[in-house]
Design a protein around this ligand. Structure first.
Ligand code: SF4
Length: 280
């Protein structure tokens, strides 16, 4: 069986940077998972003594706190600093940008519309930078816009992992509804490149293995792109989930991985697939 990796996959700039920061700061904790990959989080804990805390109260018990790639809310960041913690900000610069845009545009009186998942930590962080919660809205679909009291001036930002065509649809809907619309392209190219490469590979494969955390938004999107192109696609976190039966009768296996999947897991999965399909 032929095994092929997508032209672009795995760790992005922001995740590489965050891992590098964590490795250089042992005896620290990260506020929330640094990236959406529990195997890599375990490696950081075991090899580099970088722990994980999930709440502000827990974070306040430690001296050095690393802020995760997708950021935290402004009030939590301020509280950590006010309590004299050493705060090391590993928030990806592509996430810091929409935080700054939301702060500035809300100060200038714009209604803020965020295209993204309001439950996602990145979006909770971005929304928290608005100085006017009452005119800050998060939507997942253009159909939600009609119910919102938008006002005359709107600034639009997107979650870094959102699809460009869906973002364009929201911008197109808004532009005819308000007097002034400022649209900021805050979608991350790394995600986009991985998505395009995944689609290209899915089209010529008869089985796709998508590697990444089950709660990783960008991995889930890669999985969904694969599902649109072929039947046999499997989202796994590591090689232990692979099953030999998936590969029966298949000739071309494509592999892709989310932006927070470390290279060592991808290598391990590739090796295990080779072992499982050796006799075919
Ligand atoms: S996917 Fe993009 S926004 Fe998210 S951490 Fe990576 S580089 Fe940053």
């Amino acid at each position: 069986m032929k095994i092929e990796l997508a032209k672009s996959y795995g760790f992005c700039y922001g995740v590489k940077r965050a891992i590098d920061i964590a490795e250089k700061n042992p005896k620290s904790v990260t506020f929330g998972p640094l990236i959406h990959n529990k195997d890599e989080i375990n490696r950081l804990a075991n090899n580099h003594n970088v722990g994980l805390v999930e709440s502000l109260d827990e974070a306040l018990e430690h001296d050095t706190v690393i802020i995760r790639t997708h950021g935290i809310t402004k009030d939590r960041l301020q509280r950590l600093k006010a309590d004299g913690k050493k705060v090391i900000n590993a928030t990806c610069p592509y996430v810091t940008t929409p935080q700054q845009i939301v702060e500035k545009m809300s100060q200038e009186g714009y209604t803020i519309v965020i295209f993204g998942d309001e439950k996602h930590p990145e979006i909770q962080g971005v929304a928290s930078y608005s100085v006017a919660a009452e005119r800050t809205f998060t939507v997942l679909d253009k159909s939600e816009l009609s119910a919102l009291p938008l006002g005359a001036k709107v600034a639009l930002v997107a979650q870094t992992t959102r699809k460009p065509d869906a973002y364009q649809a929201i911008a197109a809907e808004l532009v005819v509804r308000v007097q002034e619309l400022r649209v900021f392209n805050t979608i991350c190219n790394a995600t986009f490149e991985n998505q395009e490469a995944t689609e290209e590979l899915a089209k010529k494969s008869d089985i796709m293995i998508i590697i990444g955390g089950k709660n990783s938004s960008n991995t889930k999107q890669l999985f969904s792109i694969c599902q649109n192109n072929l039947e046999s696609c499997y989202h796994i976190e590591n090689s232990s989930e692979l099953e030999a039966s998936w590969f029966a009768g298949k000739e071309n296996c494509g592999i892709t991985a989310g932006a927070s999947t470390p290279g060592w897991i991808i290598e391990d999965v590739t090796k295990k697939i080779k072992e499982l399909t050796l006799t075919r």
